[in-house]
Design a protein around this ligand. Sequence first.
Ligand code: CTP
Ligand code: MG
Length: 583
Amino acid sequence: MAARGVGLLSRLSMCTQRSQVLRPIHRRLSCPGTVAADARGEQPSSGSSETGSEDRTPKKRFSEVQKERREQAQRTILILCPNKISEKKFLKYLSQHGPINNHFFFESFGLYAVVEFCQKESVASLQNLTRTPSMGTEAAIPFRSRFFNLKLKNSSNETSEQSCIPCCNQSPPSSKKLFKLLCDAESIDDQLNTLLKEFQLTEENTKLRYLTCSLIEDIAAAYFPDCAVRPFGSSVNSFGKLGCDLDMFLDLDEIGKFNAHKTSGNFLMEFQVKNVPSERIATQKILSVIGECLDNFGPGCVGVQKILNARCPLVRFSHQASGFQCDLTTNNRIALKSSELLYIYGALDSRVRALVFSIRCWARAHSLTSSIPGAWITNFSLTMMVIFFLQRRSPPILPTLDYLKTLADAEDKCIIEGHNCTFICDLNRIKPSKNTETLELLLKEFFEYFGNFAFNKNSINIRQGKEQNKPEPSPLHIQNPFETSLNISKNVSQSQLQKFVDLARESAWILHQEDKDHPSPSSNQPWGLAALLLPSIAKSVSHDKKKRRKPASERIKNLLESIKSSPENSTNTNGKRTVSTQA
Ligand code: CTP
Ligand code: MG
């Protein structure tokens, strides 16, 4: 369940001409904002990275967003189109089944259209007029899904009227483009916001994610008619990067529940069911069957793997048309709740997402994270570290989970498998932070904070927002916010943690050096975030190690200590340490 992200920025190919925009010596400081666009129900690409104004627009609850998007997806279809097609005629042809609310095209080994009807009935109408193809030598499994193939009866007519179909981009920017954008930015704050804007999920990509879940739900509904397949993780928690995996949760909990209170008289009717020895075995059996269905009947579902012996059993597959790597789990309601919690944190202050995206990209650029499971840090753990760091600022930028629990109403009460997952769900009732630190300062301080964190004895805990003694000896201990006996980073090895610490120290050092040196705009040198994403610092760490010198991290730690104690780094009136940006 890990993301694919930005590849390593190759140093030579990246060193394009520095922009003509001169970066001011006193970089522009942006004020903190408050709300992510998703929470306003807007397109995530339209200004969620804005800073500088307190947004008073009411923010949508996570459950409201999920409900709206799910309902929207149920009215939506996916069509593989011929490459040469007239958009106008295509829409006219489809509108015979009812009005169309929204549509877009994208390319993924073919031209695809996502078409959202105004009414669900239009989908049924289209299905009734759709035929199952005759396959010649092969045989087709006649499954009536919402994934269609559009064929031209006479391709020559159409070609003459085709227009260029605008396609929505579903991929993150190339390293080259990203590098250029970062080098052209006006300040480090601007760089972080640019990176967020380029990497965050677009409105179309989000719609495609909900549609893919809805298509899988249709398949699962063959066995469990009232089930729901809900996206969770980075697809919905506001921290997803373009290209991230699609975590899905097969929700069977609603089945049969709604009838219980309607029973009258002294009778109560129950379904005859098969009993199995444990919840885990039930989960494995259900996922095994759904995995078979996806493999045998799921249009576009390929590479289906049943990973049923994992701590959290899952079915992994690729959804070819959307290009998503999907992980389907069931009995995983706590993960959905932690997605909601992260969504709230992401929406409380616009600096949160900008910082998380940059740290995730930084970690990916230095191979601290990987799309392959292993002993490395995950994006989920990195997000927790950023949240924890922001809780530790003075004044805090984010509240603790315990505080969010104290704000909860009776309707927010949520106990899952004996774990108390209660917190306030109405974002509008959480007061914005008074902290006005810039992203530039936060980025630097993040690296310094974790470059010097006592990982050997302390645990990271966003519930209390303070370090705790580690309850077990794993190198990195980050407490699961709801299943508090679990360490979400149990997989991380000592060497991977050390690599993280070394890189954090190196990065803090680079940013401090830049403050002192102010590289000239004409020097063609990558600066700020762009400099941090280059692989050179990782190389210098391993190079130093090979030479058996005093570790780079030690030297940098000492240098940082000397910067801290130097008089140019003063303490401001709030008692916060500030770092001078003067040369
Ligand atoms: N999760 C968890 N404990 C873990 C790993 C994952 O509770 N040790 C839950 C989290 O809610 C997480 C979700 O499962 O968000 C999906 O996991 P994963 O795909 O690894 O993380 P994402 O947050 O989706 O990030 P990415 O973009 O890397 O997929
Ligand atoms: Mg994920």
